[in-house]
Design a binder for this molecule. Structure first.
Ligand code: GLY
Ligand code: MN
Ligand code: MN
Length: 433
């Protein structure tokens, strides 16, 4: 990671905390799939944001003293045992230089050292749960602080949830972060294109999932979340990840899949016909969702709120469903009584960044340049919805793009992936050779 980027983040963190505060961050633990078989390591997003390092067993503290910013990393060098089983990691001296820490100290004796750093601070910004030993240590020291025990005298202290600060910092992306998200999106787009080209009746959902993951891995990326490859009625199951059904002629397939690049997620959904041609009903629903998505995106610019974006989407979807006689012919009632929720039951989008559903408040936040969001309306007519004429049932459509708020409006980061019906059909009929 760029050194200047890390320096900017440390400075911003210190500026957001009251004077005489200290932030204490812990790395994520290793995570096991079965007994001793590890999942790929994923760093805690806040820790990654503040250090750029993807390793377990680390603690980072950040504070300001006499106008200077200090960032101390606690980390052990590679043990002889590790060298044999897992290979060597960077030396602490390299980390010190590459990542611009003030000091890198041994993890083994962090307790005594941390105590020295927090002893004269008023507030400790920490997120409990990641490192129970560290949590216990801090809370024990603080609870003892009232006693007349000079060694442990660290009273008074205020403990504050670290995320209250980091979520504000992470909400506005730097140019560096935006570039990483764009690279992730670029690879995700290729994955979706491959899936469209490879789709045909008679193959399985997991085969399309595999095509997509192959593209991610070939580009040294990882999936940002478990892919949803839902054909037919599976598209109506919002969190469908089994991906084990056969693709059938005349069905749609909804694919919500995207790559993560150096921790930064993209998030894309497209819905296309298994056989490359939308049926009449599918086309009507598809165009309705697309219209709602495009109207919402058109409106997005600095100063706009999530509430407004959702309102536009709801209005467009409701009007469209009324026009198709799928909802009563009373638009005010449809909206006020939330009848549209039978078909569109989730929010229009979310923040995007180091977490797919990135950190940040939603209520009464005005969009600002540098924020990155998704816009992902959908209509889901589940087979179990017996109130609706049969010809509509089993159609699920979601269209999702990633949008950067810019000074004058917005930029659709994922705009290079086909979206208009005829373009999607064309992509489905294209082949690789
Ligand atoms: N892929 C997760 C979402 O769209 O929110
Ligand atoms: Mn999303
Ligand atoms: Mn998604």
């Amino acid at each position: 990671m760029k050194l200047q980027e890390l320096k900017n983040r440390r400075k911003a963190l210190v500026e957001k905390m009251p004077k005489n505060s200290i932030a204490i961050l812990s790395s994520a633990n290793r995570n096991y799939r079965t007994r001793d078989v590890e999942n790929p390591y994923r760093q805690d997003s806040d820790f990654l944001y503040m250090t750029g390092i993807s390793e377990p067993n680390l603690i980072n503290i950040v504070f300001e003293k006499s106008g200077e910013i200090f960032s101390v990393l606690f980390r052990n060098n590679t043990s002889e045992h590790e060298k044999i089983w897992d290979g060597s990691r960077l030396e602490n001296s390299d980390i010190l230089e590459n990542s611009g820490f003030s000091e890198v100290q041994s993890y083994d004796d962090y307790e005594e050292k941390i105590l020295n750093y927090i002893i004269d601070k008023d507030s400790i910004y920490i997120e409990s749960g990641l490192n129970p030993e560290l949590d216990d240590f801090i809370y024990e020291k603080i609870s003892k602080s009232g006693k007349n025990n000079r060694k442990n005298y660290i009273f008074p202290k205020k403990i504050v949830a670290l995320h209250s600060v980091t979520q504000k910092l992470r909400l506005i992306k730097s140019d560096y972060e935006i570039e990483l998200i764009k690279e992730a999106a670029k690879v995700s787009i290729i994955g979706h294109q491959e899936a469209m080209k490879k789709s045909k009746p008679g193959i399985y959902e997991y085969e399309l999932d595999a095509e997509i993951k192959y593209v991610f891995n070939k580009n040294n990326m990882h999936f940002a979340y478990m892919s949803i490859v839902g054909s037919g009625n599976n598209a109506c199951t919002l969190h469908y990840i089994k991906n084990n059904n056969l693709l059938k002629d005349k069905d749609l397939v909804l694919i919500d899949a995207a790559a993560e690049n150096q921790g930064y997620a993209s998030d894309i959904t497209r819905t296309f016909p298994v056989n490359g041609k939308y049926t009449k009903e599918q086309a009507l629903i598809y165009d309705l969702v697309l219209n709602a998505q495009e109207k919402a995106i058109e409106f997005i610019k600095p100063g706009v709120t999530w509430e407004q974006v959702h309102e536009i989407t709801v209005e467009e979807i409701s009007k469209g469903l009324v026009a198709l006689n799928l909802l009563p012919n009373d638009i005010n009632r449809v909206i006020n009584e939330e009848l549209y929720k039978d078909f569109f039951m989730h929010k229009t989008g979310h923040w995007l960044g180091l977490d797919v559903h990135d950190v940040g408040e939603y209520e009464n936040i005005l969009f600002e340049p540098g924020m990155v969001i998704t816009v992902e309306p959908g209509i889901y007519i589940n087979l179990i919805n017996k109130k609706i004429p049969k010809k509509w049932r089993g159609i699920g459509v979601r269209i999702e793009d990633d949008v950067l708020i810019t000074k004058n409006g917005n930029e659709v980061i994922t705009k290079n992936l086909v979206k208009k019906r005829n373009e999607v059909e064309l992509m489905c009929s294209a082949s690789d050779v």
